[in-house]
Design a protein around this ligand. Sequence first.
Ligand SMILES: Cc1ncc(C[n+]2csc(CCOP(=O)(O)OP(=O)(O)O)c2C)c(N)n1
Ligand code: SF4
Ligand SMILES: [Mg+2]
Length: 326
Amino acid sequence: MNEATTGNGDGSGVEAAVSAAVAEPPREKLTKKAITADHPTWCPGCGDFAVLAAFYKVLEKRNLDHEKIVTLAGIGCSSRFPYFVNGHGAHYIHGRAVPLASGISLARPDLHVFLFGGDGDGFSIGGNHLDHGARKNINMTYFIMDNFVYGLTKKQTSPTSPIGFKSKTDPTGAIDQPVNPMKKLISAGATFIARTHATQVKHMMEMIERAFDHQGFSVIECLSECVEFFPDVFDPADPKKGGSFELIQEKKWDNTPEDELRHDVTDELAAYKLAQLPFPGVFGVFYETDRPTKNALEKKWIENTREKAGGASDLELLQKTFDRMK
Ligand SMILES: Cc1ncc(C[n+]2csc(CCOP(=O)(O)OP(=O)(O)O)c2C)c(N)n1
Ligand code: SF4
Ligand SMILES: [Mg+2]
């Protein structure tokens, strides 16, 4: 029941009903100025600047309620992101942004939960959390700024560093098979998976918007260059540097012969095939499926439990649980 119309027998219910009837003043449009916080501290030329610019543009375009925006991150250069967004946020523990975001998303489904972080944060120390957030399909939008290196700690091999990459941890060149982010995310059970490049701002914005519109665990891998410790590595996908930014052609379901060759984003095996393509691969939406979110399943479960308990309050339900433990 709406609390504003609940009578307390002392007239306060009437007052509340009257104040609820008064229309809220029109909201000011969300501007870049309003969402810009600290001055970004990345190295000049770092790819992460463009990601931040694309994110500001999406927030402005969608005109989200300012107090509903949450940005969360682990640790890393890319994970400094929440400092630069004026909204709720946390620069949390290395690799632990997903569990923090899971709690926030489940407890406050009205908030827009965005996560930002690096390849180390997401695929190394946080790899396990990523898997479980994905399989549980907890509603959030996770943007992974993949630079193939640990930037903040000054050039160690990361889980996505290619074989042969010389770093402080592999002075003679990396020898371990790198993680393929798309394959990992498909097998983990993420329900929206896309790939983009920090030099392609329009494409980044499109991917962020589509991920945001998706209900469930949505992830975008973005190739974002570390100009300091792994320069030029993403040039093969940058048309301005002689590379080619090859887009995934999605099926239009228009019954044309051309459409036969286009990608069906709901086809998991087709997504794996795209993920197998050699570097720099293709860009766009690899996979999208509709599966109930944990948010929805948990809500239903709580409602059923409450109904069985005769409409008990949260506190009463908790007390009943404690009583059972006695
Ligand atoms: C528990 C823990 N282990 C290790 C570190 C050190 N550390 C901080 S950031 C980082 C890796 C950052 O790499 P990445 O996530 O790729 O972000 P980038 O800086 O490249 O954007 C490491 C190993 C830490 N802060 N906490
Ligand atoms: S070290 Fe690399 S990732 Fe970190 S801010 Fe500098 S360019 Fe960006
Ligand atoms: Mg990195």
